[in-house]
Design a protein around this ligand. Structure first.
Ligand code: FE2
Length: 377
């Protein structure tokens, strides 16, 4: 539960009861090969499949699971399919952020009554695995929120065949340890952040939990604005970024120029042991942003005493930030598809619920170094 004093901007409507993140679906150019990347690279297990063999004629989906994290990778089987069009325009990216709810119909109807745009009306399926209800509404760009009411539904969702393909690298000491989705960040166009902040306040009844202005997160070259939307329980956190004017092109603008729409910038996944998780991800070939050595020289002065060895953190390029109630450790991957759009974050919270202003600057400077290398700064 988030602390009352940290909830900055209270919504005027009752919160839509969202328990947490349920799944995240990507639309990709080649779901079969993407599944392999998330299995071997990130340590997910394949647990579900839907495609021609299950009677799905136009799309194919792979469901990957690691602890509480479910990712769905969907590809098109036909050129005139919505997935194919999405990939053609945006490249690989996040299509759906699923929310676990206790009452899908109520969540959907409340959202619609408050002005959300419908993408799919509630659909209840009862089969031998139980009852499953879902419905979808639009958020920024072409991104959807799907409300998922599972009751005691066994398996991922109706229409999916259970699969048991344990990642062969996950045996022995090679567990990655990604545990749960911590937050999902959206990039929107310049001047549009406030609109989407209002959307989450008025439609979902979410709070502004934290904000960052130009003074907090500008580097020598570029800047951005960010507000963190959250439910009161703190189980759903959705920061929203917009580009701000700087000397050069904002990295948020680089995203928008390649994604060609607002969309999900990064997915943060929590671990209980970030040093172990990141060491294992690096062993598997996942590429992370680099942090200059000077960051670690100044670290103990900035964050005080921490449990981890600073040399271990420096070796792995892990960032640390302190808040009043504790600290957090974070690291960011390079983009995970051809276009410089979506990336992942790995985070470990040690008493801190927020996002750490100190890390923002370090993060943006390391993104800028890569941006410059791409010729986009
Ligand atoms: Fe993040």
């Amino acid at each position: 539960m988030l602390k009352e004093k940290d909830l900055l901007d209270a919504p005027s409507v009752e919160e839509i009861a969202v328990d947490g993140f349920d799944f995240i679906e990507f639309y990709v150019g080649n779901a079969l090969q993407s599944a392999y990347y998330y299995e071997r690279g990130f340590g997910f297990d394949l647990v579900g499949y839907r495609g021609l063999e299950t009677g799905k004629r136009d799309q194919v989906s792979y469901v990957l699971k690691q602890d509480h994290v479910y990712l769905v990778l969907t590809g098109a089987l036909k050129n005139d399919d919505a997935v194919a069009e999405h990939v053609h325009l945006h490249g690989d990216g996040v299509k759906t952020i699923g929310f676990r709810v206790r009452d899908c119909k109520k969540a959907y109807e409340t959202a619609i009554a408050r002005g959300a745009k419908s993408a799919r009306e509630p659909e209840a399926v009862e089969d031998e695995n139980g009852k499953y209800v879902s419905a979808s509404v639009y958020t920024y760009g072409e991104t959807l929120h799907t409300f998922v009411e599972r009751k005691d539904y066994k398996g991922f969702a109706p229409g999916f065949r259970p699969v048991e393909r344990k990642c062969i690298d996950n045996q022995n000491d090679h567990k990655v340890g990604l545990a749960a989705v911590d937050h999902v960040v959206g990039n929107v166009e310049v001047g549009r952040m406030e609109y989407w902040v209002e959307f989450y306040k008025k439609v979902f009844g979410f709070y502004v939990y934290q904000y960052f202005d130009k003074a907090d997160i500008s580097t020598q070259y570029s800047a951005l604005l960010s507000k963190v939307m959250a439910n009161k329980a703190g189980s759903v956190k959705l920061p929203i970024n917009e580009p701000a004017e700087g000397v050069r092109r904002s990295q948020i603008q680089e995203y928008l120029d390649y994604y060609l729409a607002p969309g999900v910038q990064h997915i943060a996944i929590a671990t209980r042991d970030i040093i172990k998780t990141v060491a294992e991800l690096q062993r598997r070939g996942i590429e992370f942003l680099k942090v200059p050595r000077s960051y670690y020289d100044a670290l103990s002065e900035r964050v005080g005493k921490i449990d981890e060895d600073i040399e271990d953190l420096a070796k792995l390029n892990i960032l640390v930030d302190r808040e009043s109630e504790g600290y957090l450790l974070q690291i960011f991957t390079k983009p995970v598809q051809d276009r410089p759009t979506l990336f992942f974050e790995v985070i470990q919270r040690k008493g801190a619920n927020g996002f750490g202003k100190g890390n923002f600057k370090a993060l943006f400077e390391s993104i800028e170094r890569d941006q410059a290398e791409r010729g986009n700064l």
